[in-house]
Design a protein around this ligand. Structure first.
Ligand code: ADP
Ligand code: MG
Length: 462
């Protein structure tokens, strides 16, 4: 009985420290909007990169021809080709392939990583069928989706600011990632030109806009998290270039690095951050994204074991291994609706090697998942609310425009309790009238198509 009391105390402490009530969410949303202004005002003016993407127009639907895209940004790496048929034909045909990145390449050398990617791409290009047509005498063109913070210097060049999401290769930092990729393509003997460098958020925004003209922002909730939106170029004080014809500029927020005293941080978040590859950075990402949610849960369970012998007198050795409990495992346990929580029991056994858990223990595990997932989802909703504030779309407008947010990422797509909590929280924050015109649209892998569309829009042959 005493043990349960102690475990319960850990749970209650977690709940208290993780609380994200409406008043606090409003503060988070306000802080996000304030940081957006600051990041647009001057370089380094905010934790938010507010990076100028050099994308000043989004796809119109007129794009035509064969284009490739390559997406590097997390656990998997994707290649895609698409035959675009213009206003009438739209997407005539599309093919893609997904390759997982061997863990050792994420912390090895730049050349090894890019050679691996180029080799996979070369293999994919070799399988191009007769349904795809490259115009006579033309070079194949590629949109490169690279979802790490990049200091963009033109639409097709940019240097890596830092790695995130478990990647760590020092020599790539500061290098032009298009040059790195292009050299690797040369080494493969692949004749292909990178005409657009974007990240997944911008790709998703472009793909989303091609699908739906009312898309104004994109959010990624996958391994990591980020957002992008369309800003008026004359509202960007740090932009000293010519005003683009469209008057618009897409901003890559790099919102994963957001932090604010209003974020509810616990001892578990602090320890996770301190022991991470990038301490002090990506604090918002560490609260809401798929790479970290399961790991937070593991840390809480470990504490419950240490303080309250939750899983018996000995600490199960696997519970001490960082990142062993992945967010998909957490999600499966969280969604377990069986009376005896048998999926929870099975996951504890399979993933953590903990046998014969009682129903009471399983309930406690679910309660931990619930707190961690809902906090993340509520904070993500507050971030979106902040962006809508910046866009002036958080209040009832005179015209009845829709506001569509293109969403992508495995966390949002698969973790139903997370996505439902996010949507409900955003509705709460916006109120009925505004939220009836705000739509979150799942743009399943829209970033691939989006990058290909941007490659087309910036083709060397235009
Ligand atoms: P990436 O962000 O690496 O480009 P995805 O958008 O496919 O890739 O997202 C993958 C991430 O989504 C995983 O790292 C994981 O955190 C999360 N995820 C995938 N499947 C699930 C699931 N069933 N439940 C919860 N989270 C999931
Ligand atoms: Mg992705």
């Amino acid at each position: 009985a005493k043990r349960w009391g102690r475990a319960d105390a850990v749970l209650r402490g977690l709940e208290e420290r993780s609380a994200a009530p409406p008043a606090r969410l409003r503060q988070v949303a306000d802080a996000m909007a304030v940081e957006m202004h600051a990041g647009l005002a001057s370089e380094g003016g905010s934790k938010l990169g507010m990076i100028i993407s050099y994308v000043d127009s989004l796809p119109s639907g007129q794009e035509k021809g064969l284009f490739y895209a390559l997406d590097l940004g997390g656990t998997n790496f994707r290649v895609l080709r698409v035959q675009l048929g213009g206003k009438e034909g739209r997407v005539v045909k599309q093919e893609c392939d997904e390759i997982s990145i061997p863990a050792h390449l994420m912390t090895g050398t730049s050349q090894e990583l890019f050679d691996f990617i180029a080799a996979a791409l070369a293999k994919f290009v070799a399988s191009e069928g007769e349904d795809f047509h490259l115009l006579e005498g033309r070079q194949r063109e590629l949109g490169f989706t690279f979802s790490f913070p990049v200091k963009q210097s033109s639409i097709a060049s940019g240097t890596l600011i830092k790695w995130t999401k478990g990647f760590s290769i020092d020599e790539t930092v500061g290098a032009d990632v298009v040059a790195e990729l292009s050299s690797a393509l040369d080494r493969q003997g692949l004749d292909m030109k990178v005409t657009a460098l974007v990240n997944d958020t911008i790709g998703t925004l472009a793909g989303g806009r091609y699908d739906d003209n009312d898309v104004v922002a994109a959010v990624i909730l996958g391994t990591g998290t980020n957002a992008a939106y369309v800003e008026r170029a004359n509202a960007i004080p740090k932009w000293h270039g010519l005003l683009p014809k469209s008057g618009d500029m897409v901003i890559n927020m790099e919102w994963g690095n957001f932090r604010s005293s209003h974020l509810p941080l616990t001892e578990f978040d602090q320890a996770l951050d301190a022991e991470s590859l990038n301490p002090g950075e990506q604090i918002y990402e560490k609260l809401i994204s798929g790479m970290y949610l399961g790991e937070i849960v593991r840390r809480v369970l470990l504490k419950m074991t240490e303080e309250a012998s939750l899983f018996g007198d000995d600490i199960p050795p696997k519970l001490k291994i960082p990142f062993i409990l992945r967010t998909p495992h957490m999600s499966m346990m969280h969604h377990d609706t069986s009376a005896d929580l048998r999926t929870v029991g099975a996951k504890l056994k399979d993933v953590l090697g903990i046998q014969g858990t009682s129903l009471k223990t399983r309930r406690l595990v679910v309660a931990v998942c619930d707190i961690v997932a809902k906090r993340g989802a509520r904070l993500a909703a507050a971030g979106i609310h902040g962006v809508l504030k910046k866009l002036g779309r958080d209040i009832p407008g005179s015209d009845k425009h829709r506001t569509v947010i293109a969403m992508d990422g495995g966390l949002y797509e698969h973790y139903t309790i997370f996505s439902e909590t996010l949507e409900n929280t955003l509705r709460e924050m916006l109120g009925e009238e505004v939220s009836s015109s705000v739509v979150i649209k799942l743009a399943n892998d829209g970033s691939g198509i989006g990058a290909a569309l941007l490659a087309a829009a910036h083709s060397q042959y235009l």
